[in-house]
Design a protein around this ligand. Structure first.
Ligand SMILES: Nc1ncnc2c1ncn2[C@@H]1O[C@H](COP(=O)(O)OP(=O)(O)O)[C@@H](O)[C@H]1O
Ligand SMILES: Nc1nc2c(ncn2[C@H]2C[C@H](O)[C@@H](COP(=O)(O)O)O2)c(=O)[nH]1
Length: 332
């Protein structure tokens, strides 16, 4: 196989629609898949802050926050105008919304519109490409076994949802821990790091939904919530957000866009599943009826944008949306 990669995933063509979850599940056996698409990358990721920087002390400033100040201070070498305070000037905002509502498309629009904005894509390609072992191929060359966890989760949600949420949350955490680039630290305007989803939607949208659907059992849910709270509390300010942009469209529109996107792992996704995710978003970001465990998140400003408009190609709509986003960022 190309590049000597053997992509072995769990898959079975015998599908069964599960009315309860809104997913078409399939039984499993090993097949070879073509390589998944290349990762969507709008930036070169910087180095990550180390987890060892994150313990708290009895001082008013946690070690995590001190480490951040040191990191910001170090970044002075990258920009003569940045100060230790510069990093704290950079706002952090996540884009939230249903599957295929248009988050990535909107994120690309933001990236091209604002030089002071840095957009971080959702690490979907990481979930599709987990290097899970090496073996010798027929020609004795080493072959890497790659698991597609996104596919495994959709094919057997009861088995893989908890595993998926541990991995998705860790990858979101890594994304949120990336320090802002020097360009943002020296910005005169309103510098913003924009994340496509967050450790918060991981818990309050997806993991919660999978628990409510019975795909994560009560023990797994307790364990997930325990480590999620610990991580968010320990990383503290480093993973806080100042605002959320909530893109919304009827689930039927998301379904159409999902179908037109044609991501192979999502073939079994049914409207019912998108309706459930829509309800989770509305509960969290509009009705505010989801139980939230982090004080700052309870008060977070939310900009709700109608994604049921053609913002891919219409420059007038794009301009209106960008103006709303600019005003929102300035208000944070
Ligand atoms: N405003 C829009 N109007 C029409 N189609 C859209 C719009 N936004 C996105 N799309 C299309 O819908 C599909 C899903 O969009 P995408 O940005 O990948 O969604 P998400 O990142 O939320 O999953 C893509 O094929 C994209 O071209
Ligand atoms: N079970 C979960 N699925 C998730 C999670 N985050 C994303 N996803 C799925 C939904 C899509 O099929 C794909 C990418 O999402 P987009 O909305 O960007 O298209 O991954 C999650 O936390 N749990």
């Amino acid at each position: 196989m190309a590049a000597g990669l053997c992509r072995c995933v769990l898959f079975n063509p015998v599908s069964k629609f599960n009315k309860h979850t809104g997913l078409t599940q399939v039984r499993r056996f090993g097949v070879l898949l073509p390589p998944p698409p290349l990762p969507l990358q709008w930036k070169t990721p910087g180095s990550l802050l180390r987890a060892g920087n994150t313990q708290t002390t009895s001082n008013t400033l946690s070690v995590a926050r001190k480490a951040e100040m040191i990191s910001a201070s170090c970044s002075r070498s990258l920009s003569s105008t940045s100060t230790p305070d510069a990093k704290f000037k950079v706002k952090r905002v996540s884009i939230e919304g249903n599957i295929a509502v248009g988050k990535s498309t909107f994120a690309r629009l933001l990236q091209s519109a604002g030089p002071d904005w840095e957009v971080m894509a959702e690490p979907v390609s990481k979930w599709q490409n987990i290097e899970s072992g090496t073996s010798k191929g027929a020609d004795s060359s080493p072959q890497t076994t790659v698991s597609n966890l996104l596919q495994m989760m959709y094919q057997d949600p009861q088995r893989w949802s908890y595993t998926f949420q541990t991995f998705s949350c860790m990858s979101r955490l890594r994304t949120q821990l990336q320090p802002p680039p020097a360009r943002l630290l020296s910005s005169e305007g309103t510098p913003v790091q924009v994340y496509e989803r967050s450790v918060y939607s991981d818990r309050y949208i997806f993991a919660l939904n999978m628990f409510e659907l019975g795909c994560i059992n009560s023990t797994e849910w307790a364990v997930y919530q325990d480590w999620h709270s610990l991580l968010v509390e320990q990383f503290g300010h480093q993973v806080e957000l100042e605002g959320i942009i909530y893109l919304t469209a009827p689930p039927e529109i998301c379904m159409e866009r999902l179908a037109s996107r044609g991501r192979s792992e999502e073939k079994g996704v049914e409207l019912d599943y998108l309706e459930k995710l829509h309800v989770q978003h509305e509960r969290w970001l509009v009705d505010k009826s989801t139980e939230i465990h982090f004080e700052k998140l309870k008060q977070i400003p939310v900009l709700r944008l109608d994604a049921n408009v053609e913002f891919q190609t219409d420059p007038e709509v794009q301009e209106q949306l960008i103006t709303k986003v600019k005003n929102f960022f300035s208000s944070l």
